[in-house]
Design a protein around this ligand. Structure first.
Ligand SMILES: [Zn+2]
Length: 312
């Protein structure tokens, strides 16, 4: 938590500061850490759970409430606010040079079930804080600034994909963690699923996208570093693997005559871990799921088939 508070107090952008210094003679332009923390705290009330975290899955009532709260903050920051066809919250501030493309800042406020109070929220509220500070000093950067809070980032990057690659019918028919389909969810939060193509951004239409995000690996904290800059992005590949065995009587089949799929799956899982840790590099791998391919018979048998789902 200490790390996050430090992240919030960083100077906004070096480039912005130097422009501002030119305009006013001041050398620093700082965000208000107390205000960010207060807003984070208030946002965490939407979907708050007993364990001190938050369950604010996309398209739930608490998601809708949190979005309403954030929309109010955007207005307070002097931004023009709209909900795009995909249900993203989009807030805009004009720049002083109309020929320049917007600098986009943003993140998301939906969470996984039993999520934390900072993932996505720090980026969303810090982006609004940037706009707030600029608004307060009546300084107009040359570029327009757009703050976007993407909807349903945790359920498959739905909001950000809607404005980039677009969503498919299959995406819209997916059932989200709220129980609503994505299509119904988008309607629920004020979007318009039948007009999704209008939410698409034309490639090259923005100057830059910046997002402040908590680090999810714990490396900065372990190394006592305040902030890191992303140099690359994780490329995830997923596999579903079926391990086939042979069902037989668990009480009478001799060990040397068994084809126990669970034993094979267990060895495979250990092997994935060993291989990845022994190879040089920063690769990671996770076996996400292990489940029987069909319902297990209600008797003592060995070796049903197992489905492993893993990602590297
Ligand atoms: Zn996130």
């Amino acid at each position: 938590m200490g790390l996050l508070i430090q992240l919030c107090t960083i100077q906004i952008f070096a480039a912005l500061s130097s422009n501002f210094a030119l305009a006013t003679g001041e050398s620093r332009l700082e965000v208000d850490a107390a205000r960010i923390n207060k807003n984070l705290q208030e946002l965490s009330e939407f979907g708050k759970n007993q364990k001190g975290g938050v369950s604010r899955v996309a398209y739930s009532d608490s998601d809708k409430g949190g979005r309403q709260f954030v929309l109010g903050l955007m207005k307070d920051a002097g931004l023009e606010v709209r909900i795009d066809q995909a249900g993203n919250l989009v807030a805009f501030r004009k720049g002083s040079d109309p020929s320049l493309k917007p600098i986009v800042l943003g993140s998301h406020i939906d969470t996984v079930p039993e999520g934390g109070n900072y993932d996505g929220n720090v980026g969303s509220l810090s982006a609004i804080e940037v706009a707030h500070v600029i608004n307060g000093i009546k300084y107009s950067p040359r570029h327009p600034i757009e703050v976007i809070v993407f909807q349903n980032e945790e359920g498959g990057h739905l909001g950000s994909r809607a404005i980039t690659s677009g969503l498919t019918e299959a995406d819209l028919n997916l059932k989200s963690l709220s129980g609503k389909t994505v299509r119904a969810g988008i309607e629920f939060i004020g979007g318009s699923p039948n007009e999704l193509p209008q939410a698409r951004m034309i490639p090259g239409s923005i100057a830059a996208y910046l997002e402040l995000h908590i680090e999810q690996g714990g490396v900065l904290e372990a190394r006592k570093m305040q902030i890191g800059v992303v140099e690359g992005i994780v490329g995830i590949r997923r596999w579903n693997i079926t391990v086939e065995g042979m069902a037989n009587h668990a009480g009478t089949t001799p060990m040397d005559m068994r084809k126990d799929a669970l034993v094979a799956a267990a060895q495979f899982i250990v092997e994935i871990n060993k291989t990845l840790t022994q190879m040089p590099g920063r690769q990671v791998g996770t076996v996400e799921r292990l489940r029987p391919c069909r319902a297990l018979p209600m008797s003592f048998r060995v070796a049903p088939n197992f489905l492993l789902r893993f990602a590297i």
